[in-house]
Ligand binder design. Structure first.
Ligand code: ATP
Length: 406
């Protein structure tokens, strides 16, 4: 009886939600795609009428060629007052502040009544990064992703986090479960429930947020912390999880966790020294010793993929749409692989220059504007402007093909 009564109530609740969504221009499906502490997330469809009234929604869905969205329904009645008054408004304002980046889930709109709040979000239908790592590990019969895939995803994640920080938002709950993948394989950072404004440049935060396994040591030690530096620690944990299929430090008790952190991570055999170096640079106990986002983006481990992509995109774009480059843009004769002659020699952090200094700066006499977008899209890191802001930076400039970005 009790079970029956509960089921009826759930059904009634769901029908109310369907009606409330319909009133706001969305067709709610019964497909539940996730749930959180006080929320449920459903697949829904935007009506054409709604799209006519919401340009954000219309422009994005037109590009995606479908009308699907994810609707996160938060039960105000079930959630603690602090959640509705503090965390939910922060989540909404953070999503508004970080609109719009290819690697950050987009909030199209919200509506609410006294019972529920609705967040209409961009759909990321391929599950989260943790599921992905586990699925790939099973498939390969070896824990973790291939470094090449981890690098591609890291580019997107670094781009997303850089965009948040540049928008004045610290995420404070970066973990594999809060990183979703969409049906095109793009990474989408989500769950800004603990996000906060980073405020003044050196202002410090004090609230404990996130999951212990991803939490920076200074937070575990209850010290005041810099949100951006704490996000960078979590980034190191995520990168470690991607390439090893496990967490670098796993203990329930914070003081034991700290002991492990002091000892530093141990790496699986076969992991490249460059990748180890990057992870070590992020998992620095002292926040100030940690790599910054710009150093991450220009770390030698991050470069090979970008380099290869630049080459590939450059070659195909040159063939299809652009005037031929001047002679000096040709690969060197001794290149075995089309990219090999131009790869900067691996540099280990912190930033020792490759022997012989940076590659010569070349200019091919075209702006490469369309190409920038293609490159940004290939890397999965948003618009060309976002690519530029991430890479306004020495390493990309030092890379062969840098002229595409100037
Ligand atoms: N835009 C989306 N597209 C697809 N699935 C989503 C989307 N947003 C959320 N989900 C799914 O719903 C789950 C819960 O969403 P979310 O993490 O935002 O809720 P939450 O209430 O903040 O969760 P938690 O209590 O774990 O912090 C996610 O783990 C994910 O599986």
């Amino acid at each position: 009886m009790k079970g029956n009564g509960r089921r009826k109530l759930d059904q009634q609740n769901f029908m109310e939600q369907v009606q409330e969504c319909k009133d706001n221009g969305y067709l709610l499906s019964s497909k539940k795609i996730g749930s959180g502490a006080f929320s449920k997330v459903y697949l829904a469809y935007a009506t054409h009428e709604r799209m006519q009234h919401n340009s954000k929604l219309a422009s994005d869905l037109r590009g995606k060629r479908h009308t699907m969205v994810a609707i996160k329904i938060i039960s105000i009645a079930k959630a603690p007052v602090e959640f509705s008054r503090k965390f939910l408004p922060r989540e909404i304002s953070s999503l508004n502040a970080t609109y719009k980046h290819l690697n950050v889930v987009q909030l199209y709109e919200t509506y609410q009544n006294s019972q529920r709040s609705y967040l209409v979000l961009e759909l990321a239908a391929r599950g989260d990064l943790l599921e992905h790592i586990n699925a790939v590990s099973d498939h390969r019969c070896c824990p973790g992703l291939e470094e090449e895939e981890a690098r591609r995803l890291s580019w997107q994640l670094v781009s997303a986090v850089a965009h948040c920080h540049n928008s004045g938002i610290v995420h404070r709950d970066l973990k594999c479960e809060n990183i979703l993948l969409d049906d095109r394989g793009f990474l989408k950072l989500t769950d800004f429930g603990f996000a906060n404004r980073s405020g003044l440049k050196n202002s410090l935060l004090s609230t404990f947020c996130g999951s212990v396994a991803y939490t920076a040591p200074e937070i575990l030690m209850s010290k005041k912390y810099n949100g951006e530096q704490a996000d960078l620690w979590s980034l190191g944990v995520i990168l470690y999880a991607m390439v090893s299929g496990k967490l670098p430090f796993k203990e329930r008790q914070p003081h034991r966790m700290l002991q492990l952190m002091r000892r530093g991570p141990t790496f699986p055999p076969g992991l490249s020294p460059e990748c180890q170096d990057l992870i070590r640079g992020l998992l620095q106990l002292r926040p100030r010793a940690r790599l910054g986002l710009q150093q991450v983006a220009t770390h030698c481990w991050m470069l090979p993929a970008a380099h290869a992509l630049f080459r590939t995109v450059l070659v195909s774009a040159l063939e299809s749409q652009l005037p031929a480059p001047m002679d000096d843009a040709e690969p060197s004769e001794d290149s075995e692989h089309p990219a090999a002659g131009h790869l900067p020699r691996p540099r280990l952090w912190p930033g020792a220059r490759a022997p012989g200094g940076p590659p010569e700066r070349r200019n091919v006499g075209f702006s490469g504007l369309g190409l920038r977008s293609t490159v940004a899209a290939s890397l999965g890191i948003g618009t060309s402007r976002q690519l530029l802001s991430l890479c306004s930076m020495s390493a990309i400039r030092n890379m062969p093909g840098h002229y595409l970005l100037n």
